[in-house]
Write a protein that binds this ligand. Structure first.
Ligand code: HEC
Length: 309
C-alpha cells in the first residue's frame, strides 16, 4: 500500500493534498474504526473483569474486528495550519499563547449563519468556507455560545486522542458535530442528526481538509459499508431513512459517552491557555478554534440515551 506523502500547507496553497484513503483494509472496514475498536476492545477484554455476556460480546467483536482489519491503514499525514488567530485569542479574553500564524478566524460568508441544524446545513457551511477547509476552520465558523461535551473515550470511529486532546461533541438543536482535538481523528468531522424518537440518529462523516465543495450526499456516501454503514458496527439497529431522498442515509441507535470519560470544559480551556503554538500548532489550532470565538457551555447528553458499555 502506498503511503501518502507527508506534507504541510497553508490555507490558500495552490495544491490540494491527496485525500487519505480511510477504507483501507481487506474487507473495506473503515480504518479508523479498526484501530480504535480493536485496541480498545482488546484492552477491555484483557484487563477488565466483566460479566460473562459482555465478555463474550467483546471477544466476538474483537474476533470480527481482527478478521476484518488485516491490512495496515494509511494515516492522514497532512498537517494543516489552523486558521485560529491572534485576533480571536485576544478578542475572547481567554489568554494563552498567541497564535504565531495570526490568521483570521474562519467565518460564514454574509447571508449564511454559523448554526447548521441539519447535516445538509453543515455541508453547505463547509462548502461556503475558504478552501482548503480544515476542521478548525469549520469549528471557528460556528456561532457562539457553543454547547459542547468533551469525552476521553477511545472506543468509537473517532477516538479521543487523550484526556488532554479529547473528542468534543458540539450540539446545535438536533445536530451533533463531533471533532477531536489532536491525532488522526482530528481530521474527521462526524455528524449525526437526532430522530424524533430521541433514541436514534442519522449518521454522516467528512474527511478534512476539504479542497472542493461536497455534494450533499457525500457525508452519507462516505460511511457506506455493505448494505448499511460502517457506523452500524457499533450503532446497532440501522435502518435506511426516507427523510434523505438524494442518497441512502441510515439511522441507528445514538450513544452518549460514559460519564466516567467526561472531560470538564474548564480543564480543556486550561489546555488551550497553556498550549504552545510553536510546539503543537495543529492541536493548539483546534483548541483555539473551540474556545477563542466566545463562550463554550457544557451540555450533557440525555440520560435516556444508552452508553455502549
Ligand atoms: C467502535 C464502535 C463505534 C463505531 C464503529 C462508531 N461509533 Fe459513534 N459512538 C460510539 C460510542 C461508544 C459513542 C459514545 C461517545 C463516545 O464514547 O465517544 C458514540 C457516539 C457517537 C455520536 C454521538 C451521538 C449519536 O448520534 O450517536 C455520534 C455523532 C457518532 N458516534 C457518530 C458516529 C459515526 C458517524 C460513525 C461511523 C462513521 C460511528 N459513530 C461509528 C461508538 C462507535
Amino acid at each position: 500500500m502506498r503511503a501518502a506523502p507527508a506534507q504541510s500547507f497553508r490555507p490558500g496553497a495552490e495544491t490540494a493534498p491527496e485525500e487519505p484513503r480511510i477504507f483501507a483494509n481487506e474487507l473495506d472496514l473503515p480504518a479508523q474504526i479498526c484501530r480504535a475498536a480493536t485496541s480498545t476492545v482488546f484492552a477491555r477484554t484483557a484487563v477488565m473483569p466483566r460479566k460473562t455476556p459482555w465478555r463474550i460480546a467483546e471477544i466476538v467483536l474483537l474476533g470480527l474486528l481482527g478478521a476484518s482489519c488485516g491490512a495496515d491503514a494509511e494515516s492522514p499525514s497532512v498537517e494543516v495550519w489552523p486558521a485560529g488567530g491572534a485576533a480571536g485569542a485576544a478578542g475572547s479574553g481567554t489568554g494563552g499563547t498567541i497564535n504565531p500564524l495570526a490568521a483570521a478566524r474562519c467565518r460564514p460568508p454574509t447571508g449564511m449563519n454559523g448554526s447548521p441544524r441539519t447535516i445538509e446545513d453543515a455541508t453547505a457551511l463547509l462548502n461556503a468556507l475558504p478552501k482548503p477547509t480544515s476542521v478548525a476552520c469549520f469549528v471557528e465558523s460556528l456561532d457562539r455560545p457553543l454547547t459542547a461535551y468533551a469525552t476521553s473515550s477511545t472506543f468509537s470511529a473517532q477516538p479521543a486522542f487523550s484526556a488532554k486532546s479529547p473528542r468534543v461533541f458540539i450540539k446545535i438543536d438536533r445536530l451533533w458535530l463531533s471533532v477531536v482535538m489532536d491525532g488522526e481523528s482530528s481530521y474527521l468531522l462526524e455528524l449525526s442528526y437526532l430522530q424524533p424518537d430521541e433514541q436514534r440518529s442519522v449518521k454522516g462523516e467528512v474527511q478534512m481538509p476539504l479542497n472542493d465543495a461536497l455534494q450533499p450526499s457525500a457525508p452519507y456516501d462516505r460511511i457506506r459499508y455493505g448494505s448499511g454503514t460502517g457506523c452500524g458496527l457499533c450503532h446497532y439497529g440501522e435502518e435506511q431513512v426516507s427523510s434523505v431522498s438524494f442518497t441512502q442515509a441510515f439511522a441507528s441507535i445514538a450513544f452518549r459517552p460514559r460519564p466516567d470519560t467526561r472531560v470538564a470544559l474548564d480543564s480543556l480551556l486550561a489546555e488551550r491557555q497553556r498550549c504552545d503554538f510553536t510546539k503543537e500548532p495543529h492541536r493548539c489550532g483546534m483548541l483555539s478554534a473551540l474556545f477563542d470565538g466566545g463562550p463554550v457551555v457544557e451540555e450533557v447528553f440525555p440520560v435516556s440515551m444508552p452508553t455502549f458499555f
